[in-house]
Design a protein around this ligand. Structure first.
Ligand SMILES: NC(=O)c1ccc[n+]([C@@H]2O[C@H](COP(=O)([O-])OP(=O)(O)OC[C@H]3O[C@@H](n4cnc5c(N)ncnc54)[C@H](OP(=O)(O)O)[C@@H]3O)[C@@H](O)[C@H]2O)c1
Length: 212
């Protein structure tokens, strides 16, 4: 590699490294953007796949930057309510990803988290999402935003007879077609991110949970 290119690359790597080792919380840059902060104020959300990588990053971002959110129901696979509460504690509340909220709320951290996060036992693969009927209809009346981040991240099951490389892409396509056919008047956003394994900047660089 030519020396000039090498040294330019080195400068870039050094800068990146300096940025990455600065783990102090940066003030969130405020601008009006498209108004997500105002939109979420006082709203009730429902997130499926809450113990997963994506959902945790989303929950952290919302609670850190938009604490005016009213409540977030978190669908968690569990054998009962107690088990769901325990998973909420072990896999969300106690996770390092939330360290800035811990610093901010100190001894009130858990009270803050439990005032916003409500665990609900469920399973997207079963009818009625595996939720108790009364609870499901109560939640349905309250919730304004639903985020589904539940999914099986398995790439080694073949689906060639259906014309797809694996069941991952095949079932995603089926799900999207179903949503499109059944959504009625409900506004829907389908986000297809590329492979993401760790945080880049927020809440701090390099948080990773491994590949399940
Ligand atoms: N990470 C990426 O690079 C990436 C890129 C593109 C798209 N996506 C998509 O984004 C979504 C979330 O990905 P992720 O990286 O956060 O995956 P993840 O860390 O493996 O999390 C998946 C979550 O879905 C839950 N789940 C799985 N099956 C469920 C079911 N039947 N009912 C209820 N919950 C269920 C898991 O619960 P348990 O904890 O109980 O297993 C877990 O909470 C997936 O649809 C994935 O395909 C991810």
């Amino acid at each position: 590699m030519p020396t000039r290119v090498k040294s330019a690359l080195q400068v870039e790597l050094n800068e990146t490294h300096e940025k990455q080792v600065d783990l102090k919380e940066k003030p969130v840059e405020k601008n009006n953007g498209i108004g997500i902060e105002n939109f979420l104020h006082g709203k009730v959300m429902f997130i499926a796949g809450a113990t997963g990588f994506f959902a945790k990053v989303l929950i952290e971002k919302i609670l850190r930057t938009m604490p005016g959110i009213s409540k977030i129901y978190l669908m968690i696979r569990a054998k009962d309510k107690e088990d769901a509460k325990q998973r909420l504690k072990n896999e969300i509340v106690d996770v390092e990803l939330f360290k800035f909220l811990k610093q901010k709320y100190g001894e009130h951290y858990e009270a803050f988290m439990y005032s916003k996060l409500v665990p609900v036992v469920g399973n997207v693969g079963t009818s009625n999402l595996g939720m108790e009927e009364d609870l499901a209809s109560e939640i349905a009346k309250e919730v304004q935003i639903i985020v589904n981040s539940a999914g099986d991240i398995v790439f080694d099951q073949r689906a060639r007879e259906f014309g797809w490389r694996n069941t991952y892409g095949f079932t995603k396509a089926l799900g999207e077609m179903l949503i499109d056919q059944m959504r009625g008047e409900i506004p829907i956003v389908i986000i297809r991110p590329s492979g993401i394994l760790s945080t880049y900047k927020e809440p701090f660089p390099g948080w990773i949970e491994g590949i399940k």
